[in-house]
Write a protein that binds this ligand. Structure first.
Ligand SMILES: Cc1ncc(COP(=O)(O)O)c(C=O)c1O
Length: 396
């Protein structure tokens, strides 16, 4: 098909040309004297991105899922109890992993479209007088439903109950797009990946581990090998990896971090909010459809999940958008399969790119007989953006 594919899934996101060019490199010796220049620059940038002074950033050759597993197997003992809320496919998958690895999960079941309830976390921790819960898990941005949870409020719940559990946060679809603060929020392990806010191909599991979590790892007896924090931390201190890293991805990471800091992290978050608000205007004011996120405080600035009217098959709309308009939208997963489609609005993006996705989604819905007013999504998003000052990263 002529023209570019419009990639609007919530990860992998578009890779900027600068990052693509940075990744076009000849292979080199990852044990050479020069290699640490590259790896240490990446780690220094990640420390700044995670907003941590003493946390240890690590890069695993995996995706985010590998870092989920690393957090659990490095910091916990076999059979340990963890506390976790489930409100979408990704929070579900992390819980499922806990269970498959033999950890006991105290489950806080929430409606999909809502998120982590600090009150329920607080109550569960307060009831755990014997401190049998060893880790608190929270998914900062549930990509399946477009819901962002308040990690600082979960930290406050832990502190108010004076509970010693570690705090593990999945920031796979939030880091580098939505505010994240490792030290200020007292996060012990943050889990992320390369293919979303970091604007890279998938392939790097990006994580950051607190001093407390590294201490816990010293005595935790769960089996691990490839994902061992101690091996990785020891090698990374000198700028080397315990095994062969992907050199092009590291070049890409250095460039993407440079781009994020050139724009400024606050500006990056503001840009994501501004673009997301335009997408939400298209959905709610233009198409008069509902978001899966039930209330504004759950709205995600990286992905909007659009509920379709009863009887409309979301999977067909997504397939049609792809075949007919070269537009990739995110599918409804598990419980919401067929009921919604998702527009990813994260990473290297501006208003007109997002308008293309909104127009394409609208045409695909019209073709499927969904009663939306032609042009209404584009008009509503455009009105929002014209009425609001553009963040620095967008205005020339
Ligand atoms: C919130 C969240 N957590 C975890 C994952 C799994 O990450 P990966 O696919 O990089 O293994 C994803 C993937 O989309 C996600 O969105």
């Amino acid at each position: 098909m002529a023209g570019r594919n419009f990639l609007f899934v919530p990860g992998p996101s578009n890779v900027p040309d600068r990052v693509l060019r940075a990744m076009t490199v000849a292979m080199e010796d990852h044990r050479s004297a020069r290699f640490p220049e590259l790896s240490l620059a990446c780690l220094k940038g990640l420390q700044r991105l995670f907003r941590t002074e003493n946390g240890t950033p690590m890069i695993f050759p995996s995706s985010g899922t590998g870092c989920w597993e690393a957090a659990l197997t490095n910091c916990l003992n076999p059979g340990d109890r963890v506390l976790a809320a489930r409100f979408g496919q990704f929070s579900h998958l992390w819980i499922d992993m806990c269970q498959r690895l033999g950890f006991e999960v105290e489950l806080l079941e929430e409606e999909w479209g809502t998120g982590a309830s600090p009150e329920r976390y607080r109550a569960a921790l307060a009831a755990d007088k014997g401190h049998s819960i060893k880790a608190v898990l929270v998914c900062q941005n549930e990509t399946a439903t477009g819901v962002t949870s308040d990690v600082a409020a979960i930290r406050a719940a832990i502190d108010e109950t004076r509970h010693p559990a570690l705090l593990f946060v999945d920031s796979v679809s939030a880091l580098a797009s939505i505010d994240f603060r490792m030290d200020e929020w007292g996060v012990d392990v943050c889990v992320s990946g390369s293919q979303k806010g970091l604007m890279l191909p998938a392939g790097l599991g990006i994580t950051c581990v607190s001093v407390r979590a590294l201490d816990a790892a010293k005595s935790a007896r769960s089996r691990r090998c490839y994902f061992d924090y101690a091996d990785m931390a020891q090698a990374l201190r000198t700028g080397y990896f315990p095994y062969t890293p992907s050199i092009p991805l590291l070049h890409g990471l250095r460039e993407s971090l440079t781009m994020l800091f050139e724009e400024g992290l606050e500006q990056v978050f503001t840009r994501h909010h501004y673009l997301a608000a335009g997408a939400r205007a298209a959905v709610q004011d233009g198409w008069r459809l509902k978001l899966c996120a039930r209330a504004p405080h759950w709205h995600s600035d990286t992905v909007s999940a659009v509920m379709l009217p009863e009887g409309v098959d979301g999977a067909k709309i997504i397939a049609h958008a792809f075949r007919r308009y070269n537009l990739a939208l995110g599918a409804g997963l598990s419980k919401v399969a067929g009921k919604l489609f998702r527009i990813g609005h994260l990473g290297d993006l501006n208003e007109l790119m997002l308008l293309g996705a909104i127009a394409g989604a609208e045409m695909a819905m019209l073709d499927a007989g969904v009663k939306v007013e032609p042009g209404s999504g584009v008009a509503a998003a455009g009105s929002y953006w014209r009425a609001h000052a553009a963040p620095a990263g967008l205005a020339g």
